[in-house]
Design a protein around this ligand. Structure first.
Ligand code: SF4
Length: 302
């Protein structure tokens, strides 16, 4: 069976209905669980600092993502400026915390998507899209009308609004959320989001309801849920509870990339001032297997 992207099944009225629902959430912004109520269209800024217009820091064919996204011609990444999590250890702080990028219209964003498809990219990989959801969905509609026909990857930090994710049903084919922390202390300290795990779990259950486990055609992911989890020093992320949640409430077959690339950076507590050890990483993989997760992607370099 050949899977076509979900958004191809939406008619213009259905697309428009979703855009309007999302635009109403932008008015006094509640696009993410922070629900700042910032009037972004009047120039007010919320926690993420994003305004009313789309800002992009870069785009292109990216070969550093998971193999099932990259294939031969790369994943068509678009990096959005600002972030609703603003983690203190962010490696892309110039984009997420300092706002490096430039304003583009929805029309221009749609043209970027078409350009990436023409380059042969296997998907459109939206990096940190949460705070621009209405503008991005508008861009996808325009691009779809111009012939976009590759899957949309929602590459987000996991601190998502259930209502927003529900509205993305039939637009997104591949959800790729982080699960960063299972404990409130770390989430508060590092991302100022005490309810991170609760909101993340609700959102991921809904993502999984929509797209299920990863489906692969010719070695390329076409649809499904792919989790990313970054192991932190001293198990600050609380990995065990995350793996238990995935096994018990999602599926033992869910794809999870357990990542080793944490680097000490930014305004972090003392115990995070080092890279993780090989043993910390190995133990996380062993634990995930022991709990029963069967589709683990892990680093070959350390
Ligand atoms: S998207 Fe930004 S402005 Fe909107 S609720 Fe989240 S942090 Fe606040």
């Amino acid at each position: 069976m050949h899977l076509t992207p979900s958004y191809k099944s939406l008619n213009p009225a259905q697309f428009q209905e979703k855009i309007e629902a999302l635009e109403s959430m932008l008015q006094e912004c509640k696009l993410c669980p922070r629900k700042c109520k910032a009037k972004r269209e009047s120039g007010e800024k919320g926690f993420c600092r994003a305004g009313a217009n789309l800002w992009i820091s870069s785009y292109g064919a990216h070969f550093g993502e998971e193999e099932i996204l990259v294939g031969s011609y790369g994943s068509g990444t678009i990096f959005f400026t600002w972030c609703n999590l603003r983690c203190s250890f962010c490696q892309n702080y110039d984009i997420s915390l300092e706002g490096n990028g430039e304003s583009v219209s929805e029309q221009q964003c749609a043209e970027i998507m078409i350009y990436l498809q023409k380059r042969g990219c296997h998907n459109i990989n939206l990096v940190t899209p949460t705070h621009y959801t209405p503008q991005i969905v508008k861009s996808i509609k325009i691009a779809s009308e111009k012939g976009l026909n590759i899957p949309i990857v929602w590459n987000c930090g996991g601190y998502e609004s259930f209502e927003v994710i529900r509205t993305l049903d039939k637009i997104v084919d591949i959800y790729m959320p982080d699960i960063k922390y299972s404990n409130s202390e770390a989430a508060t300290l590092l991302s100022n989001a005490p309810d991170y795990f609760e909101r993340c779990k609700e959102a991921i259950i809904e993502m999984y309801r929509q797209v299920g486990n990863i489906q692969i055609e010719n070695n390329i992911a076409k649809r499904g849920l792919l989790i990313r989890h970054l192991v932190l020093p001293e198990d600050l992320a609380g990995s065990e509870q995350i793996f238990m949640f995935l096994k018990n409430e999602i599926s033992p077959d869910v794809f999870i990339n357990i990542m080793a690339q944490y680097r000490p950076y930014g305004n972090i507590p003392e115990k995070m001032g080092r890279r993780i050890t090989i043993n910390e990483y190995r133990n996380a993989i062993i634990l995930a297997r022991k709990i029963g997760l069967r589709n683990i992607i892990h680093s070959t370099t350390f």
